[in-house]
Design a binder for this molecule. Structure first.
Ligand code: BGC
Length: 817
């Protein structure tokens, strides 16, 4: 228990203005993030007819995943509720009631199983992570469950979270027995079925191909607390769908690269070979030329657009396309996403992707007949590839197509860039070298003979590796000076305190280690130096909003009753604490649950992503949090990664742009900063703290690090969280190449790097974090203090290194206060 000066939250449960505003933002993001995958003329639906509603996600619609990315929101609007509010008459209530009971029993059984497995050696949070909840089999749909409904809506749901990967088995990546049976039954007796996928990631839809009455498929994804309303608005046509996939949807699991060896699939959780190199997502599907169910960037609309390229020019190191989009439908308004791809030709025999996304933009809402001119740019350096022998980025001489379209498969080449001579960037220091042989798959793009009628734009060598403007902050120098002074004045013991998070107090090792903001993930230590008090700052989880406990209590003297992780996840479902009565004060903290990261990206709307960030920044201000542990931006390498829902895409450009937009929004509030995570290659959850990812430097630079680089260069996030895994034999948080050479020396990152929670109890060494330039160890333990002290005394760590990390933490704290 601890006394805090100003307690966070409020003492009543009435809805506040910020909640209403932010709910609207969440609704807008969900509406724009829903992707319509199939529509044989049945959508939009008229809402004056009765419907039948089935499936595990119909009433218990999943708003987002579990673990640190959870949010304890006020109310989650289900698909059932959204439809009822819109005036739909739902006939299948009895089926829904029965499934509810089955689900309720399954949840209690799951809870019990977790608690039964907890002992001194097995902490609650570890058991929770390793035993994910799985939907129980569904009750049979019977002819008498509904009578009049012509249309059945079937909502298939999945939930996943950190600590465990998904599995290619029934009820997860595959349809469960009862889902298949129920869908077959509906297909047999209904003319129209709308299949809704309330999943945080992809699943195998092969079986549904045989069901001819599935007339529409909606990738609803996981839409945050307003998801049900967003869905109803899309269904009725109040809103025209405009979401586009940010992953390629393969025909089945085997269509993805490394599906045989991903995670536990080959029985080896110790090492993961990234044999596919740069061929991730559509880069892979393009190379093998098969296996796609829905392409990257794809999504249907109720309206139709014409996309006309007006001009493509090369100006000051950039290529700029001007494109006019016109809504050519006579009835519906809508938004379109224009995507720009570079097309590579294989004339030189060099391993490359067939194409890559280099830019995109979404239109405003266009009324029937209305047009908008978009201007989309990309840097000419996008033509480059990383050459591992030369240790430099190379732009090969030759021709490159610039293609415009509205999905990776629906593009047309509109201009050709011609590079007369090969150009090389400055030579870079080799980083994270392979420690063992890695046999990578190599593909050479097909030779392209671009249409000779296309404009050919000459690219001169000076236009290629143009130096980017570095980020400038008005009070940068002052803060720099002050933090140097304070770091110099600190004793070694003070520095040790500073580089480790606040230890002790709370029992929980992960996820709820803050003592001043109930439910927050952790905080740094407050330190006094020569009369200046540097306050500790609070770090709170994301990425779907702020994960805080919704309710906590103090005694009448303001002493807060102990909080733990059980209160801060799943609305306290696991909590064993009983609500105290009598002389107690109740506090409430209502945070907005936004759609999951993938869905945010599916909007392809950077302004909206920034608005979401702004809303988060406002809630951070409201609750006194300084660093948000989000956005999550690892690459969707394989659909079974348990945390894909938190991340944006298989593509680094859209990941980086989204993280930058969200960061800009959060950091509009000068007291709030983002923590982009998990740096890097955190693409698997099973054995996430031990797995060694064997990956080439080229794949690292072109795929796995690139999104982080974009976010840093465009938005200057205050912090980075290093990942748990090893990369080529070294834990990310212990990697000087990653934390210092790449992030700081190459990209100019100026904020702090922190570890992921408890990594120093699980293989990564505390003093090596400091040596690598991973400034802050979270959540911080006395063992970390001891480890650093010992390393100093044995000469394994210099005081200067420690002071450098301390200085960066001080600087960030000063910038945030
Ligand atoms: C997760 C992080 C999270 C941290 C704090 C870890 O288990 O991997 O993403 O920010 O916990 O809750």
């Amino acid at each position: 228990m601890k006394i805090v000066k100003k307690l966070p939250g409020v003492r009543h449960t009435e809805i506040r203005d910020y909640e209403i505003d932010h709910k609207n933002t969440a609704l807008e993001v969900a509406e724009e993030g829903i992707v319509l995958l199939k529509n044989e003329g049945i959508l939009p639906l008229k809402n004056n007819r009765p419907i039948a509603l089935y499936g595990s996600g119909a009433r218990n619609t999943i708003k987002g995943g579990t673990g640190s990315g959870d949010v304890n929101e006020r109310e989650n609007i289900s698909i059932e509720q959204g439809l009822r509010e819109c005036g739909f008459e739902i006939e299948s209530t009895e089926w829904l009631d029965t499934y509810d009971k089955i689900r309720e029993a399954a949840r209690l059984e799951w809870k019990q199983k977790i608690w039964d497995s907890v002992d001194e050696k097995h902490l609650f949070i570890e058991q929770y992570f390793s035993m994910p909840y799985k939907n129980p089999e569904e009750n049979l749909i019977l002819p008498e469950n509904d009578s009049r409904a012509e249309t059945a809506i079937y909502v298939l749901s999945r939930i996943s979270g950190e600590g465990s990967d998904r599995k290619c088995e029934p009820g997860d990546f595959l349809l469960s027995e009862s889902e298949e049976r129920n869908l077959r039954f509906l297909d047999y007796c209904r003319k129209n079925i709308i299949l809704v996928l309330n999943t945080g990631g992809l699943i195998d839809l092969s079986i549904t191909e045989q069901m001819k009455n599935i007339k529409a498929i909606v990738y609803f994804t996981q839409g945050g607390m307003e998801g049900g309303r967003a869905f109803a608005n899309i269904l009725t046509g109040k809103v025209t769908p405009s979401g586009k996939l940010t992953d390629t949807w393969g025909c089945n699991y085997d269509a993805w690269p490394a599906s045989d060896s991903f995670g536990i699939n080959n029985g080896n959780l110790q090492t993961e070979e990234y044999r596919e190199g740069i061929f991730v997502g559509y880069r892979w599907f393009d190379a093998v030329g098969k296996g796609i169910r829905y392409p990257f960037g794809f999504g249907l609309s109720y309206t139709e657009f014409s996309i006309r390229t007006e001009s493509i020019q090369v100006i000051e190191g950039k290529c700029r396309a001007r494109v006019t989009v016109t809504n050519i439908h006579e009835k519906y308004s809508g938004k379109e996403v224009v995507q720009l791809y570079l097309i590579f030709s294989g004339n030189k025999g060099i391993t490359r992707e067939e194409k890559k996304l280099v830019g995109f933009q979404k239109t405003k809402l266009l009324k029937p007949g209305e047009s908008q001119m978009l201007q989309i740019e990309f840097a000419i350096t996008e033509l480059s590839r990383f050459d591992e022998e030369l240790h430099a980025y190379i732009v090969d001489s030759g021709k490159y197509g610039v293609a415009v379209g509205n999905s990776a498969e629906n593009i047309s080449v509109e201009a050709v860039l011609h590079v007369a001579e090969t150009v090389k960037s400055r030579t870079l220091t080799p980083v994270m070298p392979l420690q063992r042989e890695l046999r990578q798959l190599e593909f050479i793009p097909t030779e392209k003979n671009f249409d000779t009628s296309l404009a050919v734009l000459e690219i001169s060598p000076e236009q290629i590796f143009v130096k980017k403007d570095s980020y400038t902050d008005w009070h940068k120098e002052l803060v720099e000076q002050k933090s140097t002074e304070l770091a110099e004045q600190m004793s070694v013991e003070q520095l040790i305190l500073l580089v480790c998070g606040q230890t002790g107090g709370s029992e929980s090792i992960a996820g709820a280690a803050s003592e001043s903001l109930p439910g927050a993930a952790g905080e740094t230590v407050g330190v006094s130096v020569q009369g200046t008090y540097l306050p500790g700052v609070v770090l709170v989880d994301g990425p779907a909003g702020l994960r805080l406990s919704q309710h906590y209590q103090t005694d009448s003297a303001g002493m807060m009753y102990e909080q733990n992780i059980e209160n801060a996840i799943e609305h306290g479902f696991f909590s064993c604490q009983t609500k105290k009565s009598g002389d107690v004060v109740d506090y409430y903290q209502y945070c907005t649950a936004f759609p999951i990261g993938t869905m945010v990206a599916q909007t392809w709307n950077l302004e909206l992503a920034e608005a979401l960030g702004r809303a988060v920044g406002e809630e951070m201000e409201e609750f006194g949090a300084s660093l948000w542990l989000a956005p999550g931006m690892n690459i969707h390498r394989n659909p079974l990664c348990g945390r894909n829902f938190e991340y944006y895409s298989e593509d680094p450009l859209i990941s980086g742009k989204m993280a930058a937009a969200v960061t800009k929004g959060v950091q509009k509030n000068s007291n709030a900063g983002t923590t982009i995570k998990h740096f890097a290659v955190n693409n698997q959850e099973d054995n996430r703290m031990g797995v060694d990812c064997i990956v080439s430097e080229r794949a690292l630079r072109e795929i796995y690090l690139k999104g982080f680089q974009i976010a840093i260069e465009e938005a200057n996030p205050r912090a980075i969280m290093s990942s748990y895994n090893k990369i080529n034999g070294i834990h990310a948080s212990n990697s000087k190449d990653l934390c210092t050479r790449i992030a700081r020396e190459e990209w100019g990152f100026e904020g702090i790097i922190m570890t992921d929670w408890t990594t120093t109890d699980n293989g990564s060494e505390s003093y090596l974090c400091i040596r690598a330039g991973n400034d802050l160890i979270m959540p911080g333990t006395l063992r970390d203090h001891h480890n650093i002290r010992q390393a100093l005394s044995k000469g394994k760590l210099s005081e200067e290194m420690l002071r450098r990390c301390g200085k960066r933490i001080i600087k960030t704290i000063l910038e945030l206060s």
